[in-house]
Design a binder for this molecule. Structure first.
Ligand SMILES: Cc1cc2nc3c(=O)[nH]c(=O)nc-3n(C[C@H](O)[C@H](O)[C@H](O)COP(=O)(O)OP(=O)(O)OC[C@H]3O[C@@H](n4cnc5c(N)ncnc54)[C@H](O)[C@@H]3O)c2cc1C
Length: 403
């Protein structure tokens, strides 16, 4: 299929629907949830009722040959408010892990378990990061050991979105420490079945995206049956055997497989924040007058807005290209997913800072949303692989790709 970014009628409809939801439901509540740092359950429920939260949306996104449907929805929701949008979209990370690595039976059972129902929505969490293992996912200390027919998981996870409040936690643990990343596996854990042995540690207070819950998660000898190995026990044993013989396991580390798929989506979320900041700055520049004319008539401000708009379009195009490639099953041989996430995250921070500058003193106070946009945007250069790690991936691709 040739690269083509013209949207179908269906895609335009879902884009419009997500935009309306962001404008009418999310935006009016953004300041409240930023201030109170609460999970916006009523908004998650409304999103589920209109089809913006749930496995059906993710499934339709996964089967979209252009890869753009989920991109459109994410850009609009994050344009509304990043914290609330992440509370809505954060479960997608766990669900994507199940889609990427699960057996057909696991996909059928666990994706609906992650999301619950519109009348009783539930959350998912994807637990990789640990206090001493962030960028370096090869050094995970959380262990899963066999005990008869069960697995027993112990360890502490750090910075987990929806951690401890999600029903389903997909946890990455080391099963054979001698094999490094190749000795890791993911496990499906339903918090309600752990007799309290999966518990939330400290809830983390953040600079931005405060409506999104982030916490430590403690796994204290959490016992799960065999069928909770994501991808199945047989596949894991075959992979471990290949690794022990020094043969290629055929795929990258289990955590990295999920991140490869989610990078274009994570990038477009940052584009949504950047667009919100740009639009706010443009509007302000049209109405605020200094030296007898609107700010927009000062070339320094107009050029700033021109650069902001250009950077946003460039970032969006990189994200769309990566999403399209992923949907077409094309590998990211040149680090295209990382390029998208890197450019979009850094663009969002830069655009938000310019938006504050254009607002002058008013940009620095909470009466205007641009200070919140900047606080929210910053984490897009940190989570799901920091900017430095994205550059490392792109640089490695430069060294290994044929052209
Ligand atoms: C709000 C929030 C939500 C999150 N949600 C989740 C989640 O749901 N699940 C999950 O598993 N994790 C989550 N994370 C964790 C996130 O992915 C990590 O914070 C991130 O991967 C960085 O790890 P670290 O914080 O330990 O930083 P470190 O890895 O300690 O890095 C510190 C600094 O050193 C740099 N650095 C590290 N190694 C290198 C290198 N080799 N070369 C150059 N520079 C390097 C980094 O780029 C960074 O600037 C979340 C984090 C935040 C803040």
């Amino acid at each position: 299929m040739a690269l083509d970014f013209s949207l179908t009628d269906e895609q335009r409809q879902i884009q419009e629907m997500a935009h309306r939801f962001a404008l009418e439901v999310i935006r009016p509540e953004a300041a409240y949830y930023d201030e109170h740092e609460e999970t916006p359950w009523p908004i998650i429920q409304k999103a589920a009722e209109v089809g913006l939260y749930g496995w059906e949306l993710l499934a339709s996104g996964q089967s979209d040959p252009t890869g753009l449907t989920l991109m459109l929805v994410n850009e609009e929701l994050f344009w509304g408010d990043a914290g609330i949008a992440l509370a809505i979209m954060g479960s997608g990370l766990a669900a994507t892990a199940v889609f990427a690595q699960g057996t057909p039976e696991q996909i059928r059972e666990w994706i609906p378990r992650i999301y619950g129902t519109p009348s009783e929505p539930k959350l998912g969490a994807f637990c990789v990061t640990e206090p001493d293992a962030g960028s370096d996912v090869s050094s995970l200390r959380t262990r899963a050991r066999r005990d008869g027919d069960d697995w027993v998981i112990s360890g502490t996870k750090q910075f987990i979105t929806n951690g401890g409040i999600a029903d389903v936690h997909v946890v990455v643990a080391t099963v054979d420490p001698s094999l490094g990343v190749r000795g890791q596996a993911s496990f499906l854990v339903d918090r309600n079945e752990t007799q309290g042995r999966l518990r939330m540690g400290r809830k983390l207070r953040k600079l931005g995206i405060r409506a999104s819950h982030t916490a430590e998660v403690v796994f204290d000898e959490v016992r799960v049956p065999q069928d909770r190995v994501l991808g199945g026990l047989e596949r894991l044993e075959a992979r471990l055997a290949r690794a022990r013989e020094g043969r290629s396991t055929g795929r990258s580390a289990v955590a990295l497989q999920t991140f490869e798929r989610t990078r274009p989506v994570v990038g477009i979320q940052a584009v949504g924040i950047a667009r919100a900041a740009y639009e706010a700055a443009l509007e302000y520049a049209k109405t605020r007058r200094q030296f007898g004319v609107p700010l927009l008539q000062h070339e320094a401000i107009a050029f700033k807005l021109a650069d902001m708009r250009t950077a946003i379009d460039a970032a969006r195009l990189l994200c769309w290209r990566a999403a399209w490639m992923a949907a077409q099953g094309q590998p990211f041989l040149h680090g295209e997913g990382s390029m998208a996430k890197l450019k979009a995250g850094e663009t969002a921070v830069w655009v938000c800072e310019q938006a504050i500058q254009i607002h002058g003193g008013y940009g620095y106070i909470r009466d205007y949303p641009v200070e919140r946009y900047w606080r929210d945007a910053k984490v897009w250069t940190i989570f799901e692989g920091t900017s430095e790690i994205q550059r490392r991936i792109i640089a490695q691709a430069l060294a290994t790709a044929d052209d």
